[in-house]
Design a protein. Structure first.
Lengths: 110, 271
């Protein structure tokens, strides 16, 4: 299974986790996701996800003026976003535990 | 946070790429297009600075990925978007805002940055002006009672939060033409009210001083004299005497301030 397919299901969780750690602008979030090991994440996917999470009220945004270049649009997490992050984190833990148990049981039986 | 190396200008390839991406978002409403592409040029400038223009790829594929991740149909709809009155008004206001920014940016010395830095001061001036306008409606004098100080504090908090686009005001302004028009109208009204408010405040200060002065006994030389001080050429004078040509103290004489039409005290209690 390609990593990109797996990513589609958990990109919201990954983006929320990164922004919860520290506010960031679009490409900064992309870089942090890649530095964390998600090298295949597409920047357009991240920008679209940021927009959707913002529209859903999970993120807030603000513009930071730059003396050296164009203004940056930063995203930060809202209280609703933290609740959503917590909910998705629990779901992911339960899901990954189930899959890990499944594949390890199959491996032991083989 | 990872800090980027900013480009002083956006490369032409990036501008062209973002313009091409926008063409594939044309069926979305202008607000959504703006949200999806705000900051995109700056972000892609970083991408190009790190990986070269080859990292930009195909704008159509990029737009599909962007649309899909944002929850839209990956393919652009065939129908041209209908421009509602609200959308047209929003676009017109965005256009005016952009034009204003361009005018400021055309002035050397980062005028826009300077005015942005003055923003918090304006929020405070706006609140105090609103408070003085309400005071003016209430009556002829400025009242500094506790309840009016609470009103001032409320005005300050509201004005600052409005300036910071807190309390969801940023979303309200992004979604509502009426809210944007109202904010512009309130700011314009506040600007026009500032001279009157400043004048009113100056009068209040002058009246207070005059009132304090009027309270001062004018008999001059008694121990009950509460006049704070008498100065001559910047030096405090504690006691004055009126003497005749033979250097004798003149009994019953007094000094009179001709400008203020009142007697001047002959000793200062502060000494």
């Amino acid at each position: 299974m390609e990593t990109t397919q797996l990513l589609r299901g958990v990109l919201d969780l990954a983006v929320l986790a990164v922004v919860a750690a520290e506010d960031g602008y679009g490409y900064d979030v992309v870089r942090r996701l890649r530095a964390a090991g998600l090298e295949d994440v597409g920047d357009a996917s991240v920008y679209g996800t940021l927009r959707r999470l913002y529209g859903a009220g999970a993120l807030t945004s603000y513009v930071v003026a730059s003396e050296e270049g164009p203004h940056r649009k930063y995203y930060g997490i809202t209280t609703a976003g933290r609740d959503e992050l917590e909910r998705q984190r629990d779901e992911w833990r339960a899901f990954s535990t189930t899959i890990t148990s499944l594949i390890e049981a199959q491996e032991a039986a083989a | 946070m990872t800090h980027s190396v900013h480009e002083t200008t956006i490369p032409a390839e990036v501008r062209d790429f973002v313009a091409a991406v926008r063409e594939h978002l044309a069926d979305l409403d202008s607000e959504e297009q703006q949200e999806l592409t705000a900051g995109l040029e700056a972000d892609l400038a970083d991408l190009v600075a790190e990986h070269g223009t080859g990292a930009l790829g195909d704008p159509a594929s990029y737009a599909r990925e962007l649309r899909s991740a944002a929850g839209h149909d990956p393919e652009m709809g065939r129908r041209a978007p209908r421009r509602s009155l609200r959308r047209a008004a929003m676009e017109a206001m965005d256009g005016m805002h952009d034009s204003w920014d361009r005018v400021l940016d055309s002035v050397p010395g980062d005028l826009r940055g300077f005015l942005t830095a003055l923003g918090p001061a304006w929020w405070v001036v706006r609140a105090v002006t609103a408070w003085l306008v309400v005071q003016d409606i209430r009556g002829p004098y400025i009242v500094l009672g506790h309840e009016w100080l609470v009103v001032l504090a409320v005005f300050l908090v509201v004005s600052v939060q409005l300036g910071r686009r807190a309390w969801g005001i940023d979303r309200l302004l992004a979604a509502s033409v009426l809210a944007r028009l109202l904010l512009v109208a309130l700011n314009v009204f506040a600007v026009t009210m500032v001279p009157g408010a400043a004048d009113r405040l100056a009068w209040h200060v002058a009246e207070q001083r005059a009132y304090q002065f009027a309270e001062t006994p004018t008999t001059g030389s008694g121990p009950g004299d509460r006049f704070p001080d008498i100065t001559f050429r910047g030096r405090q004078v504690c006691e004055l005497e009126v003497r005749d040509a033979r250097d004798r103290v003149v009994d019953g004489a007094y000094l009179r301030d001709l400008d203020a039409q009142r007697r001047v005290p002959l000793s200062a209690q502060i000494c």
